[in-house]
Design a protein around this ligand. Structure first.
Ligand code: NOJ
Length: 656
């Protein structure tokens, strides 16, 4: 570590930091007491002078009149193992530049900015050291800017319109963006990608962005109901602001910069944490076959649960999700989330009998805690809720926060929400419970620190194909989300529909072919992956074999080809068997893709099993035909894949 102390300050000072490969350059500049940064890659400007600092409440600021009090640099290089993920080993290699700033006049407060330069991009955060002049404080605005040099196109969703990030992603020029949430995926005019997001969002408000002037994006933190963005007390840290720079979609998907900027695993014994596929009564509720509440159509009955457990056991699906098992659903639960009891099962849900039946068949139950957005009620019961599950041998819980506001007051993405979600994850860990968080705050990589934080919703998932008034998710949607929302973390999208008739909303349906439903298990990543349709819709369909076969724990993942919004082809190597899976999907247009199998081990032979669209398949008119075909292949094989309109191909590659 090198520390340079500054005795005096001139009008302008610069410090630079390069990535380990020397290609990315970060320049920090203090000019007239104002701090800013710039980013270049391969000598080309990516981000021009961008402001840093804060406005504090009331009427105060921490953004000007600075001098540099010290600068230090360091280098770090480690390779760590993921408990689960899209690959097993992750290299965390960066150079760091730490700039300690101090106000020259007034309270002479300190603010530190830490930059890390990785080969795949830049991360930086603010640190507010413990000091006399700054103890408890309130942030009214974070002034961070990203002055993008080019007014490129970006994929985004608005931050304050719509709920829970369940919105269709749109592409527009940076200068034309709404106030959008991150991640924001920028497609540059020379075919490269820039991802703006954040890492380790802890005790802080979610960062959104808006175009302040031209293509300069400015941070906009989700406020509390008081209008304050963040309540803080020194020592305090902001989350990392992240800028991933990728030459292609494979590099973009395989960047682990966000995970690397989270703290390492805090859970010592991880033997109880394991990815899984699951089935459940969930789709039956959304198709209005079942109800969450008690009554003639109650879904979570002992008999129905046993039926699902039987199906899971027969098809080697390790887990069954139950929803609507506890008191609280009979009222208007969105308005009265405080009525939920997380330890009182309905009388027709014999939890002891169900968990025993499941255990005897080698199946686990995934519990469900819908809170209706009442975090106060949930936190009051949190320990007893998890102790209850643990006592029944239940090691996973799906949580839900259906309500436009938490506790009728605060946004999910506010510091209030962030504090709650982390408390749930930490408490769950103590009881050996894995979490599948619906209506979350946008993920930022907590799973590195808390590997029991498995997956989140925060996406317009399959349920929109049950009841959305606009007809369902358009075919291009799943060709967008792997490179937008999916880059923030795993998505509990819950595909796997085999029956496309919708008795309740006949105009709404899954807008894919059946083969595309299968391919999504490879294209969209989640360590908990649901086969969401009703068992009766899977019965006797040979295509279900792919869902039985497909992995959920990956050694390696490769985006073989793709164009955001048009098509994606992804290959993943199963961590346990060493077998490979490929998923290829398209939007509403049919297309041919060349599947080059050169990622397979050289010299080995594989049996490839294709689950593909028929020549006359079409998501709208003929979604069901799936042609299943086997073929011997090796690393030299190149296969022509035909994807029907709204279609896909799923491939299983087993070494022989
Ligand atoms: C919305 C969730 O996304 C869905 O999965 C769940 O079934 C309902 N809320 C009820 O909790």
């Amino acid at each position: 570590m090198v520390i340079i102390l500054f005795a005096s300050c001139s009008k302008e000072k610069t410090e630079t930091l390069s990535s380990p490969d020397g290609k990315t350059l970060l320049t920090f500049r203090l000019s007239e007491g104002n701090a800013n940064y710039e980013v270049q890659k391969n000598g080309i400007d990516i981000i021009s002078a961008s402001r840093l600092g804060f406005l504090l409440d009331p009427g105060d600021s921490l953004c000007k009149g600075f001098k540099i009090s010290s600068v230090s640099t360091s280098t770090f290089d480690e390779t760590w193992q993921e408990v689960w993920g899209e690959e097993t080993s992750v290299r965390n290699h960066y150079n760091e530049l730490k700039i300690d700033l101090q106000e020259e006049a007034g309270k002479q407060r300190f603010l530190t900015v830490v930059f890390r330069a990785f080969d795949d991009g830049i991360g930086f955060r603010y640190e507010f050291p413990e000091q006399k002049g700054l103890k408890k404080f309130e942030i009214s605005d974070e002034l961070t800017e990203f002055a993008m040099v080019n007014n490129d196109s970006a994929w985004s969703i608005p931050a304050y319109k719509g709920v829970y990030y369940e919105i269709l992603w749109k592409k527009s020029l940076l200068s034309k963006l709404d106030t959008v949430t991150t991640p924001v995926t920028i497609e540059t005019s020379d075919g490269k990608y820039i991802l703006l997001h954040e890492a380790a969002l802890i005790d802080y408000a979610k960062m959104n962005l808006y175009p302040k002037e031209g293509s300069t994006l400015k941070a906009d933190l989700t406020p509390w109901s008081t209008g304050i963005k963040v309540y803080a007390e020194t020592p305090f840290y902001s989350p990392w602001r992240t800028i991933i720079l990728a030459d292609n979609l494979n590099q973009l998907s395989n960047s682990r910069l966000m995970l690397n900027l989270n703290e390492s695993n805090k859970i010592e014994d991880v033997s109880w944490i394991h990815p899984a596929k699951y089935v459940g009564i969930w789709w039956g509720m959304h198709m209005e076959k079942y109800t969450w509440s008690q009554g003639p159509k109650h879904g979570a009955t002992t008999a129905n649960m046993k039926r699902y457990i039987d199906f899971a056991a027969e098809h080697k699906i390790p887990a069954v999700l139950v929803e609507g098992w506890n008191y609280g659903w009979d009222v208007d639960w969105v308005a009265h989330g405080d009525q939920f009891s997380f330890t009182r099962p309905y009388p027709d849900f014999d939890i002891d009998a169900i968990v025993k039946y499941a255990k005897d068949k080698g199946v686990e139950i995934i519990g469900h805690n819908e809170t209706g957005g009442s975090t106060i009620n949930y936190e009051r019961q949190l320990d007893s809720a998890f102790a209850f599950f643990q006592a029944h041998g239940i090691h996973s819980v799906k949580t839900g926060y259906v309500n436009p506001l938490l506790d009728k007051k605060e946004r999910h993405s506010s510091q209030y929400g962030v504090r709650h979600y982390l408390k749930v994850v930490e408490t769950a860990g103590k009881y050996h419970i894995m979490v599948d968080n619906h209506e979350p705050v946008m993920p930022t990589g907590w799973q590195r620190t808390y590997p029991n934080f498995m997956t989140q919703e925060g996406v317009r998932g399959q349920e929109y194909d049950a009841w959305s008034q606009d007809g369902g998710n358009p075919p291009e949607h799943t060709c967008i989300v792997p490179f937008t929302r999916g880059l923030a973390g795993p998505m509990d999208f819950t595909f796997g529909t085999f029956n496309f008739n919708n008795p309740v909303y006949p105009q709404t349906r899954v807008q894919t072919t059946l083969a595309k439903q299968l391919a999504l298990y490879v294209v969209i990543y989640s360590p908990l992956q649901m086969a969401s349709d009703l068992p009766e819709n899977y019965a006797g369909n040979p295509a279900f074999e792919f869902i039985e076969l497909v992995g959920v724990e990956w050694e390696k993942s490769i985006v073989l080809d793709g164009k955001i919004g048009d098509y994606v082809m992804t290959a993943r190597k199963d961590k346990n068997s060493g077998n490979w899976f490929v998923g290829a999907i398209t939007d509403e247009n049919s297309r041919h893709l060349a599947l080059n199998l050169n990622f397979l081990d050289q010299g080995k032979k594989y049996m490839a099993k294709f689950f593909k669209d028929a020549p006359d398949s079409d998501w709208k008119t003929n979604p069901y035909p799936v042609v299943i075909e086997e073929k011997e292949v090796d690393a030299s094989s190149v296969i022509d894949l035909y994807l029907a309109p709204g279609g896909g191909t799923a491939v299983y590659l087993m070494e022989i």
